[in-house]
Ligand binder design. Sequence first.
Ligand code: DGJ
Length: 732
Amino acid sequence: MRFNLTICTVLFSAFQAFAQNSPVVIPLETTQNALVLQADKDNYLGIIYFGKKLGQPTEYQQIPAQSRQRDGNAGTYNSAYTPAGSWNVSEPAIQVTQGDGNKSLDLVYVSHKTVKENDNVSLTSVVLKDPVYPVEVTLHYKIYAQENVVEQWSVISNNGKAPLTLQKYASANLYFTGKDFYLTHYNGTWAKEMNPEEEHLTAGIRVLDSKLGTRANLFQPPSFMLSMDKPATETSGKVLLGTLAWSGNFRMDFEVDSYHNLRLIAGINNYASEYPVSGNQEFKTPAFIYTFSENGKGEASRNLHNWARKYRILDGEGSRLTLLNNWEATYFDFNEEKLSGLFKDGKKLGVDLFLLDDGWFANKYPRNNDQAGLGDWQENIKKLPHGIGYLVKEAKNAGIKFGIWVEPEMVNPKSELYEKHPDWVIKQPQRPEHYMRNQLPLDLSNPEVQNFVYGILDKLFTENPEIAYIKWDCNAITFNAYSAYLEKSKQKQSQLYVDYVKGLYKVLEKLRAKYPKVPMMLCSGGGGRVDYEALKYFTEFWPSDNTDPLERIFMQWEYSYFFPAITQSAHVTDWGKQPSKFRTDVAMMGKLGYDIVVSHLDEKDLQFSQQAVSTYNAIKDVVWHGDLYRLVDPKENDFSSLMFTTKNKERAVLFSYLTGNRNGDGSEIAFRLEGLDPAKKYKVRELNLYPGTKTAIKEDQVYSGEFLMTAGFNPVVSARRTSVIIEISAVQ
Ligand code: DGJ
């Protein structure tokens, strides 16, 4: 199999370089960019270039000679994987304790090879080894040429017999030269996800990290933007978008060195996570994924979207289901009759699926609020005397698919599961328990717990093969990190944070082997867990419990730098004070769903919502698979606008929203559209008008793409038209 994929393999070694009397230079090139590694005369592997690729690869070798940075530290900061305890005194990518207790590691280049998987994807592996101890590190760079994306990870091998202990084990170590560096990172908490902050990096180390374990991204996601020389805009400037594919603790060090260049080290957080590697075993880090553009954040994020849809997200280029969720409509208070009514409401609305949320399970300690029952995954017989099977059938009779919520990694102390298996719970044996939302994580480092979690989903699917959707929640962070299983099996407690995530992936892997297609929403009390490793198994994520459309305009804008619209679940709810048109128009720029009481809609709102679902069905292909252009930033203006364009530039959809209303603000003048063909002619048409309202847009006017992208277009956003959706179609 592997052989078929391999078009060509190039092998090179330090020995060959020596024989040819030339340095080993490894250019890792995408269509636009290059990361160039070079082994120096002592075989230390450094990064000699990162940026726009050169026409003549042979010229990369000339780059080091241009540098006048020649003091004692020259040549150490740019290490391609910086070891600790030998010559290096800056932040390491790897730090170990050798089997004999020695704390040193050195790494020199041994060989490298490139395996081409196809015309677009190749994997370069570079082997480094310690000249003294039997430790080897292989750096892997997977290049997606067309998408300008690199996926980088490391494999650390203990080739000796004595156990090796990893103190730090980064996925990637990069080096950027430049005048200045500006880091955009995000902070947040429940219902306040993705608040951006941009800072000028100064000397020293800036760390982005999480120590929260489960729900690792509650305060900060593992995604950032790094502008070089000056802050990048949507359409200009050098910018790197980076994200760690790991659903647990992460750490990213940004170290401005004594030359004002930047070292970046990204990987699993080594906090309380010393990891043992026994003799002849290896440790594979998660992947750090990045893309770079010299043309601003817009191009960089389109790179990432193209890559993610094609190579990473489950069914990334496929379709999604619109849905009606009952969480905010009923909370825990429902029964079969009420649900049957909601199925019909969903059908009336025109969505594809009904999603039953929290509260359907547990009997001894019924799940009637968030204080009890979590862990006891049997239908609550009071609420659902005829079981899930009956609901699936009822939904089918109503002409709608059925999906269900689970939170399989967690337990309420008030549950039968906790009573039966206290040793499955993460908690310190000698300390009081500490809860978030009255619950605790189960210990997924324990294979028995992995089987239990898998079993919950497997039972649901086996008994109800027609379940068409899963929402997988995870509401608590990890306090009192301690595993009875690791203790009993004589493993190290410091493995827990890492082994938890590995355990989670084992469950998801097994689940996807048996149920490869069922769409699943990744949720963690909102956006507490959003990363590209999880999205191998999930089709979409829940960005936040905050569905106030005004907040969502800002939040979805920030998420959109890293994740394409097809992954961003966006529901129309009763949050916020805006009219239903505004709430719906905002949700339509993501993956549309509803969480409202349909029977409470007045006649006009119902008619509008029904039309909106069918309008969404007509444009969803453009939103899900098109190229995104962010045009007017809500952080800098009183309105916001963005558009999606099909790859062939035949169709586009423009969304605009009023976000501030001082002095009667709005889109007073035209702004430039993007992503169209200047030579094509287009017609514009307003979509999703509220019943009884008229458009301010002339529909018979034909514009050239050049006009729309140069003179611009005004969708006429104002206090009277607070949200506007425009379809732009090429005319023949
Ligand atoms: C948190 C999620 O973010 C909500 O959407 C909802 O599913 C609740 N959990 C249910 O407990």
